[in-house]
Design a protein around this ligand. Structure first.
Ligand code: IPD
Ligand code: CA
Ligand code: CA
Ligand code: CA
Length: 273
């Protein structure tokens, strides 16, 4: 990939993230429809769909031959046929968008033949843009992010995502919370995986674990954490996929082995995966 192409991808990713974030903030102040997807704990709003469409339009105007994998499926073609794939979550943390009106973000990543090139997570309510370019580091607004602090598991603040209702039980989610609660300094649940992973990169949290996320939840966060010097794998220690669901561990590298050994969740599976 030429340096000029990478720069163009970065510029468009950041422009899309900011523009999508501004649009969601504007729409949040107006009435919007909210629907259930699979249950009362799985919401989608008209804003999620509009923002995704807006981002796709911006991308295809500049790169008509790129593919798009977005949560709200507003890209009409089969994303599998493209070398360059944009992985988009227009609003990560829709429940927060509806209820709290903070702690939601747009997440946009660009992958080429499976390799993560650019990732951006924009939190419009705080005007915080986390982003990374492969080989060029990670940033919060213009500040470089480096995970160079030594942290033990006992000193760590960890974050996790849980599924509510019956899926929580199906997935043995209590394993994570029960196991970690007695071991770490603190646990947090913010409700936006993309933001939680970005906070790991920024050192605000030390680690993030989830038994099951979709590719658009972790596509950008994974690049940002890795470029900040963190370690990101699935629960089995394997590399994350770029276009399908997976469990996720993203953390400060100093306690990665200890965390994986301590969790030992090899038996816990997402029965709906
Ligand atoms: C959700 C958030 C949440 C995670 C869920 C995701 P959405 O994304 O990332 O933190 O626990 O698994 O589905 O639906 O708000 O984009
Ligand atoms: Ca959703
Ligand atoms: Ca999401
Ligand atoms: Ca979403």
């Amino acid at each position: 990939m030429q340096a000029s192409t990478l720069t163009a991808l970065k510029e468009l990713t950041l422009a899309c993230a900011r523009s999508a974030g501004e649009l969601s903030m504007k729409r949040m102040k107006e009435p919007f429809t909210v629907e259930y997807k699979t249950s009362a704990s799985d919401l989608v709003t008209a804003v999620d769909k509009e923002v995704e469409k807006h981002v796709i339009d911006m991308i295809l105007k500049r790169f008509p031959d790129h593919g798009i994998l977005g949560e709200e499926s507003t890209f009409a073609k089969d994303y599998r046929q493209y070398d360059t794939l944009w992985v988009i979550d227009p609003i990560d943390g829709t429940t927060n968008f509806v209820h709290q009106q903070i702690n939601f973000a747009v997440s946009i990543a660009v992958y080429h033949k499976g390799e993560g090139l650019v990732g951006a997570v924009y939190d419009p309510s705080r005007d915080e843009l986390f982003y990374a370019v492969k080989g060029e580091g990670a940033f919060l607004n213009d500040r470089p992010l480096h995970l160079d602090r030594v942290v033990s598991l006992e000193e760590a603040i960890l974050c996790t995502s849980v599924f509510w209702n019956k899926r929580a039980e199906q997935m043995g989610i209590d394993l994570i919370v029960k196991k970690l609660a007695g071991k770490v300094r603190g646990m947090r649940l913010l409700g936006s995986a993309a933001l939680e992973m970005s906070y790991v990169a920024a050192g605000r949290l030390d680690g993030y674990v989830s038994l099951s996320l979709n590719a658009w939840d972790f596509g950008a966060g994974r690049i940002i954490v890795e470029e900040a010097g963190g370690r990101v794998t699935n629960m089995m220690g394997e590399p994350l996929p770029y276009n399908e669901k997976s469990s996720v561990m993203a953390c400060n590298p100093t306690f990665y082995e200890e965390l994986q050994h301590y969790l030992d969740l090899s038996e816990a599976t997402d029965t709906e995966a």
